[in-house]
Write a protein that binds this ligand. Structure first.
Ligand SMILES: Nc1ncnc2c1ncn2[C@@H]1O[C@H](COP(=O)(O)OP(=O)(O)O)[C@@H](O)[C@H]1O
Ligand SMILES: [Mg+2]
Length: 333
């Protein structure tokens, strides 16, 4: 079985874990694409393919042609850049026997647009902070609030406003479509979920968010927390996730979890749920092969901590990765 990982970028962790899962299932190649020839994850793929930028007109056709050429059974986006493009491509990929591990176009757009997501969750009886279109602000708006870019990512386009004067200023200041969301004051958590191809949640692993930098979690610990497992499951199923995702929420009261962000893709802190026993790559391969994968909610290891550091790839003048400098080739400390 061959698989296609798109926009691999920095995701050496994802590439390595799929190579490992494929080896355990009897073999297969990881085909990786990126628009940058020096994306650090590309040399770790079995086959590296140069792709157009996700926003370029021929992007979807290129993904389809690549999946076809290499006989891929699974397509997984590794970043946010091409989520909507790939979601719309799902039916065309299915027609060539390839499963796209992300939700339908409609469900993907719902996650990408944080205002649409908040409304959808509310309609399904799930909590999120009160969220408004700037043209429909209520008289009883509770400060502090955040002006947030509707399609924000990486913590960009978020402005905290303590009062009406600041709110008016930031609404006038921001140039991107934004919304107004009441600020949470509780503790923030993230749950790495995995849904099968019919949208049933088969795993949900909660973690504390000890430290984030530029929207990426760099320190976190898996925690014993059945309420968060249930938040992950119910939100993933209500939003129609398919494949991996992350659900972020704030605990505002012992039994009130307000959901602020859902990413319908493999989480940035993915090595943590993997180390905690959530073998999502192996289970995705089984799902792509048409096998039934039983739900395993709540079985992860508690107290596993992720603490990240920087690493790098070096390319020679010929564009080939220099040997001896990769993590895999270094001796253990
Ligand atoms: N309603 C909120 N109240 C308090 N903090 C928030 C709220 N929404 C977002 N944040 C903070 O901003 C960060 C980024 O917001 P998020 O909605 O996760 O967007 P992104 O897609 O950029 O990750 C969150 O991790 C959280 O710390
Ligand atoms: Mg987020």
């Amino acid at each position: 079985m061959n698989i296609l990982l798109t926009c691999v970028g920095l995701r050496v962790d994802v590439v390595q874990s799929f190579r490992d899962a494929l080896a355990r299932r009897g073999g297969g190649l990881v085909i990786g694409t990126d628009s940058s020839p020096i994306a650090p994850a590309l040399p770790f793929c079995d086959v590296a393919v140069a792709a157009p930028a996700a926003a370029a007109p021929g992007y979807a056709a290129h993904v389809l042609a690549t999946a076809k050429e290499h006989g891929c059974s699974l397509v997984l986006p590794c970043s946010e850049w091409d989520l909507v493009e790939l979601a719309d491509l799902g039916p065309a990929l299915a027609a060539i026997g390839c499963q796209a591990f992300l939700p339908s176009g409609e469900a993907t757009r719902r996650c990408v647009d944080k205002l649409a997501m908040a409304r959808h969750l509310e309609a399904h009886g799930l909590a999120s902070p009160r969220t408004f279109d700037p043209s429909e602000l209520p008289a009883d708006l509770r400060f502090p609030v955040l002006v947030k870019m509707r399609e924000g990512r990486g913590s960009e386009g978020i402005y905290r406003c303590a009062n009406q004067i600041e709110l008016d200023f930031f609404l006038a200041h921001t140039t991107l479509p934004s919304m107004v969301q009441e600020a949470c004051s509780g503790t923030e958590y993230s749950i790495d979920v995995l849904c099968d191809l019919n949208g049933q949640c088969i795993d949900a692993i909660p973690r504390s968010m000890i430290q984030s930098k530029g929207g990426e979690q760099i320190k976190g610990t898996t925690i014993e927390d059945p309420a968060l497992v249930e938040v992950g499951r119910s939100v993933a199923e209500a939003l129609g996730l398919r494949g991996p995702g992350t659900v972020q929420c704030f605990r505002e009261a012992p039994n009130r979890h307000e959901v602020t962000d859902v990413n319908p893709r493999i989480g940035g802190a993915f090595p943590l749920p993997l180390a905690a026993g959530g073998d999502y790559p192996f289970r995705m391969l089984a799902l792509a092969a048409g096998e039934t994968v039983a739900p395993r909610l709540g079985t992860y290891a508690r107290g596993v901590t992720l603490s990240r550091f920087y690493h790098q790839v070096l390319f020679g003048p010929d564009g080939v990765m220099l040997p001896g400098l990769t993590l895999a080739e270094r001796s253990q400390p």
